[in-house]
Each structure stands twice: as structure tokens, then as C-alpha cells.
Design a protein around this ligand. Structure first.
Ligand code: PEP
Ligand code: MN
Length: 338
């Protein structure tokens, strides 16, 4: 961390800052240029809060010089891509993994029908929300524990691993009994105590980016999970409200590239929440594969127009089948493993 003193600072201002740094058990190095004075802090074992120094007299600003707020998530810490093994496939590196299923588990009949179909088309993981974090409290909130039982049935029948969302501590405990991957939704990306809990749950975590969260914030959220000893995290870009196209959503595909530079963790795209419109989902999914994402999570329904949640963005079973065929063609051109 670098403290920049303002041009009119007094000697005693520097002394006060240096004293504070030493009090904290760190070392201070004075760098005096012809016009500016900087104080470099070294020897800190954990990241420092810039706010600790900003209020000192004579301080102009404080610059963070390292990425150690997301040390464990960074490529500097681990240069090789993280690979998360499942029974018949792996997530990460040169692979493209497809998580598919309804937005919400609605009934046994609905989920089993969709699960069988997506497995047949080549999906790797079955999705389906039992606990739904809905913006309006008056809309379908999910079947809760009953939904988890249905997911368990579908998993037993199809052999597909399951990803489903935990929304709080209570649901996390229940979700862990059934899920192979715990989904943490966009709304909970900044729920730091909950991220710690998920880090201790002993299952891979799918961590969605909250709308407007910067890349660094997203990786710091992943860091909360990593610090608990859980190294199996899949990041998932789900986009945010499109300014130029109201009512639709934009996933930021640039973030896939940014994450791959900054981190070793696999990164997925959600083309369903990421567009908000069924007719756009397949194209966005293909774009995600083309840009180098490690997979997608996509909402599929046997009767899209009758979905109890997110009906507008659900794709039909035949459309999902065509998407898988497209992804297979892309995999041979682009050289990823599907
Ligand atoms: C979902 O995947 O069903 C979901 C609620 O996603 P998000 O957290 O991205 O809104
Ligand atoms: Mn949804």
C-alpha cells in the first residue's frame, strides 16, 4: 500500500503516519521525489484498509498496490486453472459444462420430464431451484424442502448431479443433503457471513455475480469461501439490466476474459438471466462458449409459457436439444471438451 502525502504536508504529518504504521507492526519506507512524498507500507500479513490512513493530516490519498484482497482466488497465488472433478466429467480448464433445468422445481412430473430430456441431450448437471429468491414476495417462492425431495428423486433416476440454490443458513443445511453444487445467487454475493457458511459446507459452490459488482468485488466474495478451505468455486456471470435495451439483461462477456486473467477459478455464463428472453438464450450461450467460458447454466422447461417463474426466459426441450448440437459443433471448431 502506498500513501501519497499532499504537497503542503508538514514533517510532523509524515512522522504521525509512520508511527501509526509501526504501531501496527508494519514497516514504513519513505520515498521522497522532487515534488511528491510517498510512504510505502510493507510487512503486513493481511490486507490493510486504506481508510486507516486516509484521515491523517497531510495525506492526499492511499493507493493499493497489491491484489491481496483476493489472494487465494488470484492467478498470482495459483497459476494453474482450478479443475473440479465430478463422477463422469470435470469442470474447468479446457472443458465446457452445461447445467440445465427449470428455474424452479414445480412438481415431480415437471422435474422428471425435464431431467430425463436434458440428460438425453447431453447436459452434465441438473438445475432447479427449491428455495427461490424472488424480487416480489407475492410470486412463487419455490417448493422448499419438498422441492429438494423431488431433486433427489431426479438425481437418483437420471444419475445427473444437482445444482440448487441456498438462500440462507437454514436452507443451506437442507440443500447440502441433496445438492452436488450449492448455488449462491446474485442477491447473496455480498452476504459475507453466508459466504463463510457456504465455504464450510464441503461442496462445490456456484457463485453468481451481483449486478453492478466489479470483478474485484466478485473475487473478494469468492475469497470468503476459499478462506474457509473450500477450493471448489465456479464463478457465474448473470449480467444486469441493459441500459440501451430496457427490460432485457446484459451478461458482460468481457468479464469471462477478465476472470481468466485475474483468477484460476472456472467461470460460467447464465444466458437465461443474462438475456431475460428465451429467443436470445441459445445465441448468448454460443457466445459464452466462443469467448472461452467454462460452461453455462440454462433454464429449460417442458412448457416454457407455463413456467411458474422466469417464463419469459425459459427455452423448450427441443430448443435445448438444438443448442447442445450447436455446442458440440463449436467444441470441435474451438477445441474445448463438452
Ligand atoms: C436462478 O438461477 O434461478 C437465480 C435466481 O439466479 P440469480 O441469482 O442470478 O438471479
Ligand atoms: Mn430463474
Amino acid at each position: 500500500m502506498l500513501i501519497v502525502m499532499d504537497d503542503r504536508h508538514a514533517k510532523k504529518d509524515v512522522a504521525a503516519v509512520v508511527n501509526r504504521i509501526k504501531e501496527m507492526g508494519c514497516a514504513a519506507k519513505l520515498i521522497s521525489g522532487s515534488r511528491s512524498t510517498f510512504i510505502e507500507i510493507t510487512g503486513n500479513r493481511t490486507p490493510l484498509d486504506p481508510g486507516l490512513f486516509e484521515a491523517f493530516h497531510g495525506v492526499k490519498n492511499v493507493i493499493e498496490t497489491s491484489q491481496n484482497h483476493y489472494k487465494l482466488a488470484s492467478r498470482n497465488f495459483k497459476s494453474k486453472d482450478t479443475i473440479i472433478p465430478f463422477k463422469n466429467f470435470q469442470v474447468g480448464k479446457n472443458t465446457f459444462t452445461v447445467m440445465a433445468g427449470p428455474c424452479a422445481v414445480e412438481s415431480e412430473k415437471q422435474l422428471l420430464k425435464i431431467a430425463r430430456a436434458v440428460r438425453k441431450s447431453g447436459a452434465h448437471i441438473l438445475r432447479g431451484g427449491a428455495f427461490k429468491p424472488r424480487t416480489s414476495p407475492y410470486t412463487f417462492q419455490g417448493l422448499g424442502a419438498e422441492g429438494l425431495n423431488i431433486l433427489k428423486l431426479a438425481k437418483e433416476e437420471t444419475g445427473l448431479p444437482v445444482v440448487t440454490e441456498a438462500v440462507d443458513r437454514q436452507s443451506l443445511e437442507k440443500v447440502c443433503k441433496v445438492a452436488d453444487v450449492i448455488q449462491i445467487g446474485a442477491r447473496n454475493m455480498r452476504n459475507f457471513p453466508f459466504l463463510r457458511e457456504a465455504g464450510r459446507a464441503g461442496k462445490p459452490v456456484l457463485l453468481k455475480r451481483a449486478p453492478f459488482a466489479r470483478l474485484e468485488e466478485w473475487l473478494m466474495s469468492a475469497e470468503y469461501i476459499l478462506r474457509e478451505g473450500n477450493r471448489s468455486i465456479i464463478l457465474c456471470e448473470r449480467g444486469e439490466q441493459a441500459i440501451a435495451d430496457p427490460g432485457h439483461f446484459n451478461p458482460d462477456l468481457n468479464l469471462v476474459l477478465g476472470i481468466k486473467e485475474a483468477s484460476h477459478l472456472p467461470v460460467f455464463v447464465d444466458p437465461s438471466h443474462g438475456t431475460g428472453k428465451g429467443s436470445r438464450v441459445a445465441a448468448m450461450a454460443r457466445a459464452a462458449a466462443a469467448v472461452g467460458a467454462h460452461g453455462i447454466i440454462v433454464e429449460v422447461h417442458d412448457q416454457p409459457e407455463r413456467s411458474l417463474s422466469d417464463a419469459k426466459q425459459a427455452i423448450s426441450i427441443p430448443d435445448f436439444h438444438r443448442l447442445m448440437e450447436d455446442l458440440r459443433s463449436l467444441s470441435s471448431v474451438l477445441g474445448f471438451r463438452l
